[in-house]
Write a protein of this length. Sequence first.
Length: 569
Amino acid sequence: MKKGYFCFVLHSHLPYVRKAGRWPHGEEMVHEALAETYIPLLDALYDLKQDGFAPKLTLGLTPILIEQLSDKAVKEHFELYLLERLETVQEDVERYEREQHGHLLYLARFYRDWYRHILESFQERYKRDVVKAFGRLLRDGNVDIITSAATHCYLPLAERDSTIYGQLKTGIESYRRHFGQSPRGIWLPECGYRPGYFKENGKAYYKPGLEEFLADFNLQYFFTDTHVIQGGELIGKVAGDVAGPYGGLPNRKLVTKVDKRPKAKDRTTFRPYYVESTKVAVFGRDARTGLQVWSAAHGYPGDFVYREFHRKDSASGMQYWKVTGAGTDLGDKEFYDPAPALETARHHAQHFAHLVQGLVNGYYTRKESPGIVVSAYDTELFGHWWFEGVYWLKEVLRNLCQNEDVGLTTAYDYIKSYPPQEVLSIPESSWGLGGGHWTWSNPGTEWMWPLIHAAERRMEQVVERYPDSSGDQLALLNQAARELVLLESSDWPFLISTGQAKEYATGRFQQHVARFNHLLSIVEAGQVSSEDARFLHTTVDLDNPFPTIDYRAFKEREQAATPPVAAAR
C-alpha cells in the first residue's frame, strides 16, 4: 500500500497567435513551444512507457492552444520553422569549423542533432499531430487532460455570466471534438476564482460562484494556489507587494451556502475539498515542491551549469552559454555544456523525488491516511525557459514510478479513490501577483475592461434580437462570437502589465474589438454587401478557432440563478 501520492499538474497555454506575425511576438511562440516543450514532453512520456514504466500526470491544454496545435497552417509553418533552424545551425557548424572553435562546434552539432530529432518525432513518431498523440496518452490513462476557458479569459473580472458560460461551453465543445470525450477537470485561467455573491442593480440578484458553473458542466475538480487553501504569507509565483485599489478584491455581498457536510478544519493542501454547496473538488498547490522550481533564489533552474535563456548568438540566435553565476552579466557568461547540465538535472530529479517521499511520509505519519502532493507549473517552463526541465521531469517520473511509498496519480484518479471528506469556502483569488486581480486590472490595463464589458453586453443584445439566424447572418454572428472570446483573452492585459509585449498586445486586443464591432454592425444593417462578404472571408481566414462555436451560447444569463444560501453576509 502506498503511503501517499504525487501529482504533476502542467498548465499549457499560449495566446492566439496563428497568422499574427512571427518573431518575436507571433506564431513563432507556438513553434518554439512545440519544439522545446510539447514534443520533448511527448517524447519523455512515450519513452518511459517503452521502458516499461507507467507515468501519470495531469495535463492542462487550453482550448485555444489545442485549436492552434491542430491547425493545418500552424503545422506547415512549424515544419518550415524547424527546417530554418536546421539551416541556421548548420551555418554555425560550418562557421565554427572554419574558426576551429572546438567547444562551439560541439554545441552547434549538438543543436543540429537536437532539431533533427524534434523534426523526426513530429513527422514520424506523431504523424504531425501532437494533439492526437496527447489523446492516446489520455486513453491509456497516463495523463488526465483537463480543459480551461476557451481563450483563457480571466473569469473573475467578466461582468456578465454569459461570458463565463460561453467561454466554458466553447472550450468544452473543443475538447470533445478533439478527444472524443468530455473533460473531467479544469484549470481556471490564472487560478482566477470568484465566489457566489449578490449584485445590486436596482434590486439584489445572485451571481453564481465559478464552482456552480463547473458543476453544471460536470467538471469535477479544479486547482488553486497554496495561500487560498492555507492562508498566510504569499509565496512563489504570487509573492509581491501590490499596493493601491488594484491590489484588492471587489467589495461584494457574499452568501453563506447551505451545506451540511463537515467543514474543513486544518486546511491543508495534502488533500482536496469540496467547494461549499457542490461536489466540485478543489486541490491546492503544494508550496514546498513549488519553491524548488519557481523560486529564483532556491529553484533548480537557476543552477549555474544550466543553459542561459537570455543570451543568444548575434548571428544565429542559438543559446551557447550557461547561467554561470548569480548576477553574472550576460556578456560574462561562460559556454554551456549539455553533458554536465543533464547530469545535474538527474541529481535534481533524485532530490525532488526524495523531497516528495518525505512530504508524503510525513503526512501519513500525522494523519494515518494517504495524502497527495500537487505540484503545479506552467508547462512551457520546462524545455523552453528551463532547457533541461523536460529531462528533469522525465527523471522525476522515472524515480517515483519505482518508489515504494509514493504512488504517481492524476488528480481525477485520486478523487475517485479518496473523495473529499470536508467542504471549504474559498475566497476570491488568483495565482497572479499579490494573489488578486492586479496583473489583469491595474492602471495600465483599466482602459480595456469597459471595452470588454461593452462587448459582453452587445453580444447578449444581438443574441436576443437574432435568436434563429441562418445563412450569412449566422456566419457573421458566429464569427463575432469568435472575436468576442479572442478579445476576452487574459493574455492581452497580462502582456501589457508585464511589459513583455505591450504594443503587440494592445494592437491585437484592439483588432479583435474592431472586428467584433464591425461584424455586428453588418448584421444590424440587415444586408451583406460584397465588401462585407470580403471582410467576413478575411476575418475567418485570420481567426478560425472553434469551428462549431454557437453565438447563442452567449445569451443573457443575469438574474437566472437561485442562490444556495442560508443568509447573506
